[in-house]
Design a protein around this ligand. Structure first.
Ligand SMILES: NC(=O)c1ccc[n+]([C@@H]2O[C@H](COP(=O)([O-])OP(=O)(O)OC[C@H]3O[C@@H](n4cnc5c(N)ncnc54)[C@H](O)[C@@H]3O)[C@@H](O)[C@H]2O)c1
Length: 267
């Protein structure tokens, strides 16, 4: 029985490795979790903003890491362990839509989608999750506790609709590599939940819909028309789920896919 005064959503003092923490949503999670007393270790290839670097000293650290390189992840993890101990949680959040400079491929014909773009997106979006789970998850398993949150997209559950070319250009679209990599995440989660269950490492997917960050009215209207809640997400609307999956409130949840997409995938 829970003590009535116990806060089962408490993340105070939890050591959280967050990949891609310098990006848009990573920065939002960081601010929220640090405010709630968690210790955030940002593994990103890109330096975070000054605002993040100035976050209340001891609860935030940046570890420059190329997540496609095993030795980089191991080195950063060793620094985390020396500084804070074995992490309580890992959020696999880093991802690419398209390799930098090749965004025009996104809306082009499938037949012309470049092999190099496929390889790069798969490497960042899927292989990095495999490597982080292998290296960081293994330490959690040895320690007998941990929560891994793998971030997917509604486009990993259903496909971005490719039936009409004009539609593809106007509505939020993603290349096939993005969609396939985000689908792959669902089964990394399921596989590892069965593999690490008896060592008390929980592994779950958090599937997200699109966040409003565009000024393009036509795009926003097109996107919103597909969503039962009739709007895109606000950037802070995923914080609660992140906290829930780190905390003991989710202690009996593993192998699941929590979908937060305004209902896009419900029909
Ligand atoms: N923003 C959305 O609307 C949305 C919707 C659905 C799902 N998602 C998912 O949420 C996550 C975060 O999205 P975001 O919009 O904040 O993305 P973002 O592009 O703002 O951030 C991604 C971060 O990953 C980092 N990164 C890329 N390659 C790396 C590498 N090799 N090594 C280390 N770091 C690397 C980047 O430097 C960047 O800081 C992604 O997994 C994305 O697929 C986002």
């Amino acid at each position: 029985m829970n003590n009535k005064s116990e806060n089962i959503f408490d993340v105070q003092g939890n050591v959280v490795i967050l990949t891609g923490g310098s990006g848009k949503l990573g920065s939002v999670y960081t601010n929220y979790l640090v405010d709630n007393g968690a210790i955030i270790c940002n593994f990103d290839i890109k330096k975070p903003s000054e605002e993040l670097l100035n976050l209340s000293g001891e609860n935030y650290s940046f570890f420059k890491t190329d997540l496609t390189k095993k030795e980089d992840i191991s080195k950063s993890l060793n620094q985390v362990i020396n500084q804070f101990g074995i992490p309580d949680a890992l959020i696999n959040n880093a991802a690419l839509d398209s390799p930098p400079g090749s965004e025009e491929n996104q809306n082009g014909a499938f037949e012309e989608y470049p092999e190099l773009s496929w390889d790069k997106v798969m490497e960042v979006n899927l292989k990095s999750v495999f490597l982080c789970c292998q290296i960081i998850g293994a330490e959690m398993a040895k320690n007998g506790a941990g929560s891994i949150i793998n971030i997917s997209s509604h486009y990993g559950v259903i496909s971005p609709d490719q039936r009409i070319y004009e539609y593809r250009k106007k509505v939020f679209n993603k290349p096939i590599s993005y969609s396939a990599s985000k689908s792959g995440i669902l089964n990394i989660t399921r596989y590892l939940s069965t593999y690490w269950g008896e060592r008390n490492v929980r592994v779950n997917t958090l599937t997200l819909g699109g966040v409003l960050d565009s000024q393009d009215k036509e795009f926003i209207e097109n996107y919103s028309s597909k969503v039962p809640l009739k709007r895109m997400a606000n950037e802070s609307e995923y914080n609660g789920a992140i906290q829930f999956l780190i905390s003991s409130a989710s202690s009996y949840i593993t192998g699941s896919n929590m979908i937060i997409d305004g209902g896009w995938t419900a029909w």
